[in-house]
Design a protein around this ligand. Sequence first.
Ligand code: XIL
Length: 375
Amino acid sequence: MIKYFRFIFIFSSLFLVGCSTTKKTAPINSTVPSLKEIFKNDFVIGTAMDTQQILGKDKSADKLIQQQFNAVTPENMMKAEVIHPGWNEYNFHYADMLVAFAAKNNIKVNAHTLIWHSQLPAYMQHNQDADSVKQYFENHISTVASRYDGKVYSWDVVNEALNEDGTLRNSIFLQKLGPDYIVDAFRLAQKASPHSKLYYNDYNIEQPQKRAGAIALIKKIQAAGVRIDGVGIQGHWNINNLPLKNIEESIKAFNALGIEVMFTELDISVLKNPWDNNTADISATAKGNAAMNPYKKNLPDSIQTKLTKAYSDLFTLFMKYKKDISRITFWGVDDGQSWLNNWPIAGRTNYPLLFDRNFKPKPAFYSVIATASKQ
Ligand code: XIL
């Protein structure tokens, strides 16, 4: 009898294994596992959404978003140059569509971003006397944040305010408003948007010096009695340099501040950048050549394997700290959407995400899924 059951067990296991193998090649809309389902008890899983997707011009991506993700961050639609194009002119068209899309599909919106030195409207690049900057700063935060109060789950209130050594970046805001501008930004956001969470977001803040700067910043906001709910580590990394130890230390250190810890713009580049550093500064650009674009036609197996392992290592770590991490957002749905095809060098072919250019899950996708069942 026992033998008989054992036989049935082995047989059905083989059947299940067969099914899961079929899953890997099956069309995306049927049997592919869903990240948001697989990690539903662990963290929210997000993607950056671009304008084409929000306009419904990229149906395959939209389908994947509905199937795979329960959070979205607008890739560009809510940045100041788009949403506040003239001194007294706002363009809420795309942001409103994004909020409606998210509400319809039960998706959380992380609005990105209120105060950032990049992608500012043109008038802010000329109109730089201190009074105007102050007026812009107050009007922008109050108008934009109050419109979406409670309609967006959260705001990246301030983005990328730090240098690599942890000091404050010499942005137009620091120059004209002084070092308290970050606390002020959170104070204004708290007033305008009492029903949305408020976050600080930056790249490389897993690195010790910059992390120390971020911790000091967060403590300063907290000490002023102003609300800050979380910190976003952007997570623009490279297969040759995945800072696992620093990421682990950062999760612990930021968690100790009593706020949410998130990975907000995750992608793992397979291409070299022209410098020896790991910047994600969008103003750091360079001219390319053929040698800098080695995988134009396809990704060699050896690199695919490296990428798969990098994602596996990263999500193994994320799962270890699942209690301390609230959201993981990929910076794009598929490799074709990734900003890394055009930054820091325009016109390259990069492969940093979990879905390929045909919206098929890559081996890295399955390596991520596999980390869930291990825990
Ligand atoms: C990028 C977008 O993906 C691009 O489409 C745009 O041209 C430049 O900005 N850090 C951030 C994001 O906080 O807003 C940036 O997004 C990538 C780096």
